[in-house]
Design a protein around this ligand. Structure first.
Ligand SMILES: NC(=O)c1ccc[n+]([C@@H]2O[C@H](COP(=O)([O-])OP(=O)(O)OC[C@H]3O[C@@H](n4cnc5c(N)ncnc54)[C@H](OP(=O)(O)O)[C@@H]3O)[C@@H](O)[C@H]2O)c1
Length: 323
């Protein structure tokens, strides 16, 4: 029987990527949805074919009280993740939480502990791990084809037209460029380098916010060092458009990804040996399939709550907050 999943919030990622990706699942369906506005929930449920006889809610506790509901995908603004995800795991529902998982370490620890106590799965939605080309390159790196990893460089930027987005402000946002895309870049670095290079042991950052003069990072430039001594550079910005890049350098070769970051699973990848072919697949469908498989197989999702929390710790350190 298909897993019945709800989506919390009806915004851009829920409407444009998550609900459509649920249609590609073999063993999971969109069951219900929560919005602050009941009418918006009703329209969302209809648009995406939610299967519950009562699919539209404007009250989280009521949505979670549905005994048929198996799990929840949290797609609310960052500062609301902890409250929404905690309520879900305490109601005995599995949770796939959008990135970044939380905005404070103590709430993240509470969430991880609560999920464990409730015996439910907690995953974090880093869909770029499910890019088919990234997975090929990741496989080559972990198999040692690039030799010993020495350095990586990641860049993802866009030009925000103004500071109207909630990420630019503190009520429901905590970081701007770092939350929009930088957290994905940190996850990619940890995913590719972590298995052979160990933990991040050093992080230096330059945070600029002098264009809109708000409280959050507009451009974030991070320098990182791993346990083996390997290094990495990260640039995330809301101030300019630029090619999206992932570069990884080892003692015997390198891999370069250009314009692979984004929702579609596309872009180009090559190594020192030539172009790396891959067939684009929907990375959001991949992350949800992994979450559904994790529930069925009683294992952690590919990015579990602990990993989500380590990412948050680095985000906090990057902006000089206590982690
Ligand atoms: N994996 C990715 O690549 C990716 C990409 C984009 C976003 N995300 C993540 O998904 C989450 C949502 O981002 P988004 O871009 O979809 O944002 P968005 O378009 O602004 O949508 C957020 C939704 O949250 C609900 N909401 C509840 N309380 C709110 C409040 N106080 N202020 C604003 N909205 C509120 C709203 O839905 P209702 O009005 O229906 O309640 C709103 O539409 C974020 O955590 C973000 O980091 C992930």
């Amino acid at each position: 029987m298909s897993l019945k999943l709800a989506i919390v919030s009806t915004g851009r990622i829920a409407d444009g990527q998550l609900a459509p990706a649920l249609k590609h699942q073999e063993d999971a369906v969109l069951w219900s949805v929560l919005s602050r506005n009941r009418q918006r929930a009703t329209e969302f449920a209809k648009r995406h074919g939610a299967r519950s006889p009562n699919p539209a809610y404007d009250d989280l506790d009521a949505l979670l009280a549905d005994p048929k509901l198996d799990g929840v995908i949290i797609a609310s603004p960052d500062r609301l993740h902890a409250e929404h995800a905690l309520a879900a795991v305490r109601a005995g529902k599995h949770v796939l939480c959008e990135k970044p998982m939380v905005t404070e370490m103590d709430e993240g620890r509470e969430l991880v502990d609560a999920a464990r106590a409730a015996g439910v799965r907690l995953g974090v939605a880093y869909h770029m791990r499910h890019h088919a080309g990234h997975r090929r390159l990741h496989g080559l790196v972990q198999a040692g084809k690039l030799g010993t990893l020495r350095h990586a460089r990641v860049q993802w930027t866009w030009q925000a037209p103004d500071d109207g987005n909630w990420r630019a402000h503190s009520d429901v946002g905590r970081w701007w460029a770092l939350a929009g895309v930088g957290t994905h870049l940190l996850d990619q670095l940890r995913w590719i380098m972590g298995p052979t290079c160990g933990e991040v042991v050093r992080l230096e950052s330059v945070i600029a916010h002098s264009v809109f003069n708000g409280p959050h990072d507009e451009t974030a430039v991070l320098a990182l060092q791993f346990e083996t001594g390997a290094t990495a550079e990260l640039c995330a910005s809301v101030l300019f458009d630029a090619p999206k890049r992932l570069e990884v350098y080892g003692s015997r070769g390198y891999g370069i990804c250009e314009d692979t970051f984004g929702p579609h699973g596309e872009g180009d990848i090559w190594t020192d040996r030539g172009k790396l072919p891959f067939t684009p697949t929907n990375p959001f469908a991949g992350e949800i399939a992994d979450f559904a498989a994790a529930i069925r197989e009683e294992r952690d999702p590919e990015v579990n709550g602990e990993e989500g929390l380590r990412n948050v710790e680095l985000l906090l350190r990057a902006v000089g907050a206590a982690a």
